[in-house]
Write a protein that binds this ligand. Structure first.
Ligand code: ATP
Ligand code: MG
Ligand code: FE
Length: 343
């Protein structure tokens, strides 16, 4: 079954074609980052308009690259949520219009299920069951996964997501949006021993996270250096390093706990922050110590992309699931509401 996947939940227009026999046939992405950068974050109305402008040409591009025409498609999957409602509606309405015209099934899929299963697109995909750490711009969650649509939430952030904390820290340090990669780059020059930032919620049991206090701690440290005229390039790098170490250490501690608690030996890490090199290095050591294994998406599938949506859609469409007449655009949609396709 050949499925077109469409992702428009935020500031990336992602399109891909996944074949359940042959795997990923083609994928492309247009990022609106440059357009939103001057505002320091995503402007929802501009995002919707830009998706409208880019989506059809990108669909043509993935078809051309795969050597296919629209009539070769067997189904269409789009991100139905969570995300910005206007942006979601562009993908949803396009998918429904095309599917109606072609007489093929269409399905709205959950954006975080896309992130969660993105490692399935790699050469050695994880088998079920596994623990998943979802670390993106809007989510920080630990999930116990027993199969497609079998997601048990173990813990999540009670305030900011890890990616959001990276982005806000970048802003404080006058770095470009989105800040994760920028903070990570600056942190490489930093001295890990100069500052030690708190590891929030690690001193008590449980698998929830909190990153907003860490953000305040970063700001306080930054202001103290500025007030004493010590905020030079090295000082900024040292702060970036202390911040990154605190986030990474916190994530590693909670992953270790989740593996212990569930007794599982496979850890999937996905979402934008899973691209972070320091996080991968630390988690690599951690899983090696306990005879476990970590699985990640390739670099460009850590952040938003069409391939993960095409993959999830293909699995569910193949099992007979599809939307009824109405398109779906669901800005808030908890992951553990999902069910397996047969249910
Ligand atoms: P959600 O998926 O929760 O709706 P989103 O789609 O905006 O949010 P993603 O596209 O998965 O999130 O990831 C973007 C986030 O990942 C941003 O917050 C960005 O700063 C962060 N990020 C990307 N690369 C890195 C990196 N190397 N280190 C740390 N953070 C990173
Ligand atoms: Mg994004
Ligand atoms: Fe995302």
């Amino acid at each position: 079954m050949r499925v077109l996947g469409i992702e428009t939940s935020c500031d990336e227009t992602g399109v891909a074609i996944y074949d359940t026999d042959r795997g990923l046939l083609s994928d492309t992405l247009y990022s609106q980052i440059a357009m939103h950068a001057e505002f320091g974050g995503v402007v929802p109305e501009l995002a919707s308009r830009d998706h409208t402008r880019k989506l059809l040409p990108l669909i043509q591009e993935v078809l051309d690259r795969a050597g296919l025409s629209r009539q070769d498609l067997d189904g269409i999957a789009y991100t139905a949520g969570p995300g910005l409602v206007g942006a979601l509606m562009v993908g949803a309405s396009t998918a429904h219009g095309m599917a109606r015209a072609l007489g093929i099934p269409v399905l709205g899929v959950h954006h975080m299920e896309g992130h969660l299963l993105a490692p399935m697109l790699e050469d050695e995909p994880p088998e079920f069951p596994f623990v998943a750490l979802l670390v993106s711009g809007g989510h920080t969650q630990l999930v116990e996964v027993h199969g497609l649509g079998q997601y048990h939430l173990l813990g999540e952030s009670v305030d900011d997501a890890a990616g959001e904390a990276f982005d806000k820290t970048a802003k404080m340090l006058d770095l470009a949006y989105p800040g994760g990669p920028e903070v990570a780059r600056l942190a490489e020059q930093g001295d890990p021993l100069r500052f030690r930032f708190p590891r929030p919620m690690t001193d008590r049991p449980g698998l929830d996270f909190s990153f907003s206090g860490l953000k305040t701690h970063t700001l306080t440290t930054l202001n103290a250096l500025r007030d004493s005229d010590q905020l030079d390039a090295q000082g900024r790098a040292d702060i970036a390093r202390a911040f990154e170490e605190a986030v990474v250490d916190t994530l590693v501690i909670k992953c270790r706990r989740a593996l212990d608690q569930t007794g599982l030996k496979r850890l999937v890490v996905a979402g934008g922050v899973s691209a972070n090199a320091r996080l991968r290095e630390r988690l690599g050591n951690e899983v090696a110590k306990r005879g476990a294994r970590a699985y990640y998406p390739r670099g460009r599938f850590c952040t938003d992309n069409g391939a993960m949506i095409a993959y999830v859609g293909a699995q569910r469409l193949l099992a007979g699931e599809h939307d009824s007449e109405a398109m779906q655009a669901v800005p808030r949609w908890p992951l553990d509401r999902l069910t397996p396709p047969a249910a």
